[in-house]
Structures are given as C-alpha cells and as structure tokens.
Design a protein around this ligand. Structure first.
Ligand code: WQD
Length: 341
C-alpha cells in the first residue's frame, strides 16, 4: 500500500516508515522539517536498503496536500505531524492550535477532495486526563487536558469522530500512545530533541552519557510504590508495528475508533533510572525536585483492544527499551564529537 506519513521524518514517523517498508508497503514521508533532520531518509535507507520518498511540505498547505495525495496515489494517511512539547504549548498556544488543529483540518479537506478516507491519527494517553481507575480502557471517559498540546489531541479526536458520524464512509483510527521510548536497534534513528529534553528518557540518556549533569526527578511524594511518577513505557519499534497492524483494519472497517498502544504495565521514574544504569553501565545521578505542574501520579494501558482488533501486542521489555535508547545516545554523542573535531 502507498501510505502518506505526515510528520514522517520525526521520531515515531521514521520508525513507522522502517516497519512499513519492511512489510512491503510504500511510505511517502511528508514533513516541514520543523523538528526533524533531512538525513533521516538516508538512515532509513541504511536500515532497509531503500530510501523512502520524502516531500518537504506543511500540512496547512491544502493545495500541496491535494497534489501529493493525487500524484502519489495514496491509499491511506498516517497523521503524525504536529507540535508536541507540553511546556511550549502553554507559552505558544496559537502556534499549537494553528499547527495541530488547522493543520489537521486542512489535511482532512485535502483528503476529502481527493477521496482518500482512511486515516490513522497519533493520539495520546493524555486524552484520559487524571485517571479515575487503572488500567485505562478506551471506554473510559476522556478527561480534562492540562495544557494546549493535550487539548489539541482531544479536539482532533472529537473532530474525527464528528466526521465519521457525518460521513460513514470514512475510517479514522486514533491510536492513543502511552510513553514511547527507545530507538531502532541500529542506533541510526531515535529521539534527539533540540535543547534540553522535556521527556524523561532522552534526559536520562544525556545524563548517562555526560551531556547533562543530573536528572531532576519531579516529585517523590506521589501515591505510588516509590513515590515517583509511574508510566506505561513502550518501545518505539513496538509502537511503529502497532501502526502497521492497524492499517489493514483501517482499510477494511469504516467509522471512528480509539485504540490504546501501551504495554499494560507501569514503571516508576526510579525504576527507569535503575534499568538505564544497568543497560549503560553508567551512573545516573538524581536530584529530587518538586512535582511538575500538570503531571499525574500514574497511568498505564489496558492494551487488549489492540490485540483483539489488530492482533498486535508489545514485544519489547524495559531492558530492550533502555539498551536501544542507550545505543542511540552513544551514536549521537559520537556524531556530535566528530562534528566538533
Ligand atoms: C514521565 C515521568 C515526569 C522528565 C508527555 C506528554 C505525552 C507524550 C509524552 C509527547 C513523569 C518524570 C520527566 C524529567 C522527571 N507527549 N520526569 N524528570 O509527562 O508522561 O508525557 O510526554 O510527545 O502526551 O504528556 O512524559 O517523559 O515527560 O515524564 O522526573 O526530567 O518522568 O514527572 O512522572 P509524560 P515524560
């Protein structure tokens, strides 16, 4: 199948492109490179033996999107493109609504105009807000988002649901990601945010390699076994395989569906630190700091719906996630050292 990946050069998009190519599909990567590197296509070629097609463009450019959907004979779209930094979204709400909401509306209009009505959307477990019970099931109520980024995910889910209700020939699957970490085992692609990372795993990796001095652990007084936050971490390769598994379902079913992609168990911040120290053989010094605004104590998924509908379940454990995250960090650190010399 010919699948358009908006935001295909980013962290989750690039791993999904690898899995799709290895499964015999033809991904077309559409990205404005606002938070991605042009070198990604060459890295995918190193991994799979073939460079995917890359088109530089913005999802808010509807005419361009229509052209691409038509010219590339696209069968389905996986929509990753969007801004995703929680803290930044509080400071720049208009940018977040413009990129994420307006961008999605333009994409949907282009899809309607070209008759491509198959969409898989990058949603997030953030749509559940503060969990009333765990594990989280898709039938649980969505909650109050604590920031503009989270609100855009929830609003897009609702837009897609309204669209499917108005025109039942659409198929829209919202994949609710828990916390994706790790990297492709080759170390060639992974997550390397610009500046100081917001998310736990890239931060831990940089402390282990000495690029940052100490990890601030945000809160150790939560109602969790060791007092630190608990999350359902999932290997990005498992997440990528989840998209490939959702594709046949999306092609053969109509209507709106939300589906969790998680492992179904939680690890605390301190458990992640210990697992990363073991994988890397390095010490990760920690400093206990106050809770971060908007954080919840714990969340993890009930991943049984994805198994039922797509025949998918996560295969990688926390050791795999830390090993591959560390391998990627070492590749990046070596590249940076080479550039500086
Ligand atoms: C995990 C835990 C922190 C950094 C967010 C978004 C979500 C998704 C992924 C994005 C928490 C603690 C973190 C640090 C720490 N979106 N932590 N020190 O907040 O669960 O999810 O990112 O693309 O929608 O909400 O992930 O990795 O930021 O935090 O102690 O330096 O690690 O407090 O308990 P989160 P995270």
């Amino acid at each position: 199948m010919r699948v358009l990946l908006t935001g295909g050069m980013g962290f989750i998009g690039s791993h999904t492109a690898v899995v799709l190519q290895e499964g015999g599909h033809e991904p077309v990567l559409y990205d404005n490179l606002s938070n991605a590197d042009r070198a990604v296509t060459g890295r995918i070629e190193q991994i799979t033996g073939k460079a995917p097609k890359f088109i530089e463009g913005d999802i808010r450019d509807q005419a361009r999107m229509e052209e691409v959907l038509r010219d590339e004979k696209i069968d389905a779209v996986i929509h990753f493109a969007g801004l995703k930094a929680v803290g930044e979204s509080v400071v720049k709400p208009l940018e977040y609504y413009d990129n994420n909401i307006i961008g999605t509306l333009r994409l949907l209009e282009a899809m309607r105009a070209t008759g491509v009505k198959r969409l898989i959307f990058s949603s997030s477990s953030t749509v559940y807000g503060t969990p009333q019970s765990l594990p989280l099931r898709e039938s649980d109520p969505t909650g109050e988002a604590t920031n503009p980024y989270g609100r855009t995910k929830l609003q897009i889910e609702e837009i897609l649901s309204d669209l499917c209700r108005a025109d039942p020939t659409w198929s829209c699957i919202c994949l609710r990601y828990f916390n994706p970490i790790g990297a492709h085992p080759s170390g060639l692609i992974g997550e390397d945010p610009n500046g100081i990372p917001n998310n736990l795993m890239p931060y831990v990796a940089r402390v282990a390699s000495g690029r940052l001095p100490v990890l601030n652990v945000f809160g150790n007084d939560y109602d969790t076994p060791d007092g630190t936050g608990v999350r359902d971490f999932i290997h990005v390769m498992d997440l990528a395989r989840g998209h490939a598994a959702a594709l046949p379902y999306c092609m053969s079913h109509e209507g709106w569906k939300a589906v969790n992609l998680g492992c179904g168990r939680g690890y605390s911040v301190l458990e992640i630190v210990a697992a990363f120290e073991k994988a890397s053989g390095r010490k990760v010094p920690v400093n206990f700091a106050p809770r971060r605004a908007g954080d919840i104590a714990a969340n993890w998924a009930d991943p049984s719906l994805a198994r039922e509908l797509f025949g998918w379940e996560a295969q990688c454990n926390i050791e795999d996630m830390c090993r591959d995250g560390w391998n990627f960090e070492q590749h990046r650190a070596a590249e940076l050292a080479q550039k500086q010399s």
